[in-house]
Design a protein around this ligand. Structure first.
Ligand SMILES: *Cc1c(COP(=O)(O)O)cnc(C)c1O
Length: 408
């Protein structure tokens, strides 16, 4: 997309606005599937929580993806987008038995990640096949906020508890049809991931009726220059080879499943915001935009770095800026960042805004959540309206409180 096209979107739909390029999503999907082309059965289940707009889900469906969901509402969104329940895997953490039963009754593939629910579910529904989420205790990423495979993680059933899983399966006569791991958000080292996969293969041998092995996600995409990116082609080759060997050993052609979020949508998204104020202080120049962590919280929550380009003045002289928001709280998007000269009214484009950006937006400061636009076949399509005051006030109940009567 050109800067002129982006500026037109900001003008037509207002700012701030999220823009997603469908072409990049398709490309990423194809990169992933072609990396695993030597495996007969591959299933990509898109992690809905990364970006859950229904039009994005429909795009995923047209590409051939299934869905990975973490709440019954995400399941409902998937069904509303036209997915068949059998193409939706439900991988929640810490939800009630009732919620898992709801997803199971709808026909989704259930993935259970604790022994208590496994036992209760197996006792009540021995006939419904279940996948189990294993924690292989492998640290796949650097940042402890987003590494979920380590020993203290709340996710998955520890590999040291396999004997207990087997006892539950035997006692309830339930059917385990898949095993799963999701070790963290970043695969920094392919060999570490392959090592975790070996643990999963070892675990798989305990179950006779498997249909699939789900390797979760963790594909890293570059956020800033010099960032490590998962080499998907090399990774695909290594894991495919091992997977095919394992299937031979197991005696059955299993499905290899993944559930990427970030890899599919992060780079497809841009967040456009307008500069309200350029403010010089004794130590820096602030560029204050018409947004804040109510719309894009990743920099403040994870310290993630989103590249920022001044698309109104891309060829201007570069200067150093602190890009901040309008929220009454510290909401720094970027500190001391080199950006081409900013004037009030300029539109800044934040990159890698496809994953975990809109989906984490809130109404803090009683602001509206922004609009979302999908760029598809050279045209801009509005896929979510900007909120209005109705959205802020609709569920609020105004009660008249009479002052307490003073006793005479
Ligand atoms: C969030 C999540 C994913 C997606 O992770 P990405 O880093 O966005 O690819 C996959 N699987 C599960 C179980 C998740 O919770």
């Amino acid at each position: 997309m050109t800067n002129t096209q982006l500026l037109k979107i900001a003008k037509d739909f207002g700012s701030p606005v999220y823009v997603y390029n469908s072409e990049i999503i398709s490309q990423q999907y194809k990169r992933l599937t072609s990396a695993f082309k030597s495996v007969k059965k591959v299933k990509i289940n898109y992690a809905v929580k990364a970006l859950s707009n229904i039009s994005i889900l429909k795009l995923m469906k047209s590409l051939g993806a299934g869905l990975d969901t973490v709440s019954i509402q995400e399941v409902q969104l998937g069904l509303a987008a036209g997915f068949k329940a059998e193409h939706i895997i439900f991988t929640p953490n810490g939800v009630s038995l009732e919620e898992i039963e709801q997803a199971a009754i709808l026909g989704c593939q259930i993935n259970i990640d604790n022994l208590s629910i496994l036992e209760q579910f197996g006792t009540k529904h021995p006939d419904i096949p279940v996948c189990i989420r294993i924690n292989p205790h492998v640290m796949a990423g650097g940042n402890t906020n987003i590494s979920v495979g380590h020993i203290d993680s709340k996710f998955g059933i520890s590999i040291h508890q396999i004997p207990h899983i087997l006892r539950i399966v035997e006692n309830t006569n339930m059917n385990i049809n898949g095993i799963h791991m999701h070790t963290g958000s970043d695969i920094l080292d392919i060999d570490v991931f392959i090592y975790a996969s070996e643990i999963l293969f070892e675990t798989a041998k305990n179950f006779k009726n498997l249909e699939f092995i789900d390797f979760g996600s963790g594909f890293k995409v570059p956020y800033k220059p010099g960032d490590i990116e998962t080499n998907i082609e090399e990774f695909g080759e290594k894991l495919s080879t091992r997977f095919n060997e394992f299937c031979k050993e197991y005696g059955k052609e299993l499905t290899l499943a993944f559930e990427p979020g970030k890899f599919l949508v992060s780079e497809a998204g841009l967040f456009l915001a307008k500069v309200n104020v350029v403010k010089q202080t004794t130590s820096t120049v602030f560029a204050q935009i018409d947004s804040g962590f109510n719309h894009l919280i990743r920099p403040m929550l994870y310290g993630s770095q989103h590249e920022i380009e001044n698309i109104s003045n891309p060829k201007g002289r570069e200067r150093f800026y602190s890009v901040v928001g309008y929220i009454c709280e510290t909401d720094t998007f970027a500190n001391n960042r080199r950006i081409s000269e900013i004037n009030e009214g300029d539109i800044l484009a934040f990159k890698n805004a496809g994953a975990y950006c809109y989906s984490m937006a809130s109404n803090y400061n009683s602001r509206y959540r922004p609009a979302e636009v999908l760029w598809h076949n050279g045209e801009a399509h509005l896929i979510r309206k900007r909120e209005t005051f109705d959205d802020i006030i609709n569920n609020q109940i105004k009660i008249d409180l009479k002052p307490k009567k003073e006793k005479a």
